[in-house]
Design a protein around this ligand. Structure first.
Ligand SMILES: [Zn+2]
Length: 267
């Protein structure tokens, strides 16, 4: 199928194409464990995430919508964010502060001034991929906008050590896939940047260049994992459950009591 802004997130598109967010649902990132059954349920449309449950996600989506130029549509879809006079409710006002912070910076604005929401597809590692670029500067660079808690926040994992928010949330994987899909389409390997804005009391901003070796590493990891994901999507393999995510909690069927010593699990 030919992808457009209208059908990009449709069930048909998600079944036919692999996306970075699907990949992360299956494989997980350091910050969020993967769950195969949940990933498939999302693709099949039997499980929907309710963004409105999280104020932080709503703020992030509002900022995204602003830079996409789709704020009117966003307002129509989420009337719960707005007061009767059309202004944002107090708990979401941070979103406007973040946007203003970004827009008064020349470098940030320049990086975000590319072609917006550019859709590309490519065959890669045996799968059909779809990507949507936040700000594409043809022949120059690929930019993705990210809202985060704090740009300098450090995450610790006892088996790996310290990592930044790009590694924590799988943004190297995203950069690697976007770069490769653009290269397949245009023949040009472009640098990948994250334009980041934080949700802190005083919003912080940076444009972050992603080192090529980190993109290469992430792409090799993607290549390794795609066959399993395709097998799951094609129902040639049985999905496993993480038993931790909201989907698994919602669909858990008890078979027998567990031992109290099972509660701490694999820590
Ligand atoms: Zn799960």
């Amino acid at each position: 199928m030919q992808l457009t802004n209208e059908n990009y997130y449709s069930k048909e598109a998600n079944e036919e194409y692999l996306s970075v967010s699907q990949y992360k649902d299956f494989m997980g990132t350091y910050g969020k464990r993967g769950c195969e059954e949940y990933a498939l349920a999302k693709i099949e449309g039997t499980w929907e995430e309710n963004m409105e449950d999280s104020d932080a996600l709503m703020v992030g989506s509002y900022v995204d919508a602003h830079f996409e130029g789709t704020l009117d549509l966003f307002k129509a879809k989420h009337p719960c964010m707005f007061k009767k006079d059309g202004g944002l409710m107090a708990k979401y006002l941070k979103a406007n502060e973040m946007i203003q912070r970004c827009e008064r910076d020349e470098v940030f604005s320049h990086y975000m001034s590319g072609e917006k929401q550019v859709i590309m597809t490519a065959d890669m590692f045996g799968a059909k991929w779809k990507i949507k670029i936040d700000s594409y500067h043809p022949g120059q660079c690929i930019v993705d906008l990210k809202t985060c808690q704090s740009i300098n926040k450090v995450f610790f994992h006892h088996d790996i050590g310290y990592m930044n928010f790009l590694a924590e949330w799988g943004y190297y994987i995203q950069g690697a896939v976007y770069q490769k899909v653009v290269e397949i389409n245009t023949g040009k390997k472009l640098p990948f940047f994250i334009a980041a804005v934080s949700k802190e009391k005083v919003p912080d901003i940076q444009v972050i260049a992603v080192e090529q070796n980190l993109l290469d590493e992430a792409l090799a990891e993607v290549e390794h994992n795609v066959p399993m994901i395709l097998a799951l999507k094609n129902k040639a393999a049985d999905p496993t459950r993480c038993e931790c995510c909201d989907y698994c909690k919602q669909t858990r069927v008890l078979k027998a009591p567990i031992w109290s010593s099972d509660l701490i699990g694999d820590i």
